[in-house]
Design a protein around this ligand. Structure first.
Ligand code: NAD
Ligand code: USQ
Length: 397
């Protein structure tokens, strides 16, 4: 299959591009390298020493004999070049990772909010408009997020994208229909993923574009089978207060003796998936295009749920770290229950990797190996959801 990987230089995109290439896909990576420039803006660098994309694909060629093509392009602003690229490659599948993905970054300032909306919505819309303009029968696989469902405790296992509702019409007859699960985004970033869903619904209905939206949980870990083949292929590992996600942050904090930064009570329950399962899910989604017709296929890309406080306790017990409860910089529920259906990916053959399987040890080793690259000043989360959160945090620290 000819497969485009948009955002293929990023944390999920790079290992997915390698995994697809290893399984015989003819891969083209598209990226505008904004993520690397954002590191410079924030004064941080990946815990792991990531190479340039040119070095990465050269190393992949040397190690495996496989070619990955690279195109530098801004999905949100280079529309004509995007159309030319799609017309030339005529991909069977397009995997779309190319969005600003950090909730704290999206809440830092009006400029960051506006950038996130502009980048994510224009990028997604440009892609859909270009596919329709060229009349391509390409399967678009998008990385969405579990956060679109919101984190209210609800008395159901979260379904995969749609909620069946029943209603009584004006003559008293009862009907039922599926609607997109009502969204409750918790940040401007999560808001863009909620709005992406409407773009998909429209282009699927209006133009018959075949779309899979993967509602992914928080990704942890760093290496995959393919990135571990050579140090030049190593994947990104974010630990800073904007891009670092909770479990990977805790692992780095434990490695350098920094108290684990639990926001609030730690009662927040979230969905998780290891990066090794992310890349497998992407391939399962891409290679099951024949299942997609009629409406947008939504699959919950998660393998387990955990409370933040439980993760902190687990890592404290494993490593001897201490736990620090901080005022929560985010406006979010102190505690929630969460149970999630993931039948579709299980049905396609996903064999979940769980925290308990020993992979935590691999991540602890990576965090320890590169601990001298950590800049401690970049660990605190200094993006506040509103003024009240800022004041409470600053009074505490
Ligand atoms: P990342 O920031 O590491 O990678 C995103 C890549 O897209 C970067 O290389 C960036 O340069 C590129 N990009 C961004 N805007 C672009 C544009 N306009 N044109 C071209 N390239 C652009 O993020 P990630 O962690 O790999 O996440 C990838 C996708 O998966 C995102 O859409 C994110 O919302 C989703 N996701 C991530 C996680 C997670 O825990 N990391 C969880 C759920 C969903
Ligand atoms: N948290 C802490 N301490 C920290 C960092 C985070 O307690 O040091 C808490 C947060 O307050 C939040 C939870 O941990 O309650 C998760 O935070 P996170 O930064 O790990 O994850 P989130 O902001 O939700 O975003 C990440 C990815 C995003 C993806 C999302 C999946 O950055 O791209 O969409 O996970 S989900 O959460 O399922 O929506």
């Amino acid at each position: 299959m000819r497969t485009l990987v948009l955002g293929g230089d990023g944390f999920c995109g790079w290992p997915s591009a390698l995994h697809l290439s290893a399984h015989g896909h003819d891969v083209t990576v598209v990226d505008n390298f904004v993520r690397r420039r954002t590191d410079e803006e924030l004064g941080v660098r990946s815990l792991t020493p990531i190479r340039s994309l040119a070095e990465r694909v050269q190393a992949w060629r040397e190690v495996t004999g496989r070619d990955i093509a690279v195109v530098e392009l801004d999905l949100a602003h280079d529309y004509d070049r995007l159309v030319d690229l799609l017309a030339t490659v005529r991909p069977d599948a397009i995997v779309h990772f190319a969005e600003q993905r950090a909730a704290p970054y999206s809440m830092k300032s009006p400029a960051h909010k506006r950038y996130t909306i502009d980048n994510n919505l224009n990028g997604t819309h440009n892609l859909l408009a270009a596919v329709v303009q060229l009349g391509l029968d390409t399967h678009v696989v998008h990385l969405g997020t579990m956060g679109v469902y919101g984190y209210e405790s609800v008395p159901v296992d979260l379904p995969e994208g749609y909620l069946t509702v029943s209603y009584v019409d004006r003559v008293g007859d009862t009907h039922s229909r599926d609607i997109l699960y009502p969204t409750q985004p918790g940040s401007v970033y999560h808001l863009t993923k909620s709005l992406d869903q409407l773009l998909f619904q429209f282009y699927c209905r209006n133009d018959g574009v075949r779309i899979t939206d993967l509602h992914q949980g928080i990704v942890w870990g760093t290496q995959t089978e393919e990135t571990a083949l050579d140090e030049r292929l190593i994947n990104r590992f974010d630990y800073d207060g904007d891009y670092g996600t909770v479990l990977n942050r805790f692992l780095v904090q434990a490695a350098i003796g920094y108290p684990l930064t639990v926001h609030g009570t730690g009662g927040q329950t979230r969905a998780f998936i290891n990066i090794r399962d992310t890349v497998r899910c992407i391939r399962l989604a891409v290679e099951s295009a024949s299942d997609v017709s009629g409406r947008v296929r939504v699959m919950n890309q998660v393998t387990e749920t955990h409370r933040v406080a439980d993760l902190a306790d687990l890592i404290a017990t494993t490593t001897g770290a201490t736990v620090h409860r901080l005022p929560n910089p985010r406006a979010e529920a102190d505690a929630n229950d969460l149970a999630v259906r993931n039948d579709r990916l299980l049905g396609l053959g996903l064999d979940p990797t769980r925290l308990a399987t020993g992979l935590l040890g691999e991540s602890v080793d990576i965090a320890q190996k590169y601990a001298d690259r950590v800049d401690v000043a970049r660990i605190p989360c200094t993006s506040f959801w509103n003024e009240g959160r800022r004041v409470a945090y600053e009074q505490h620290t």
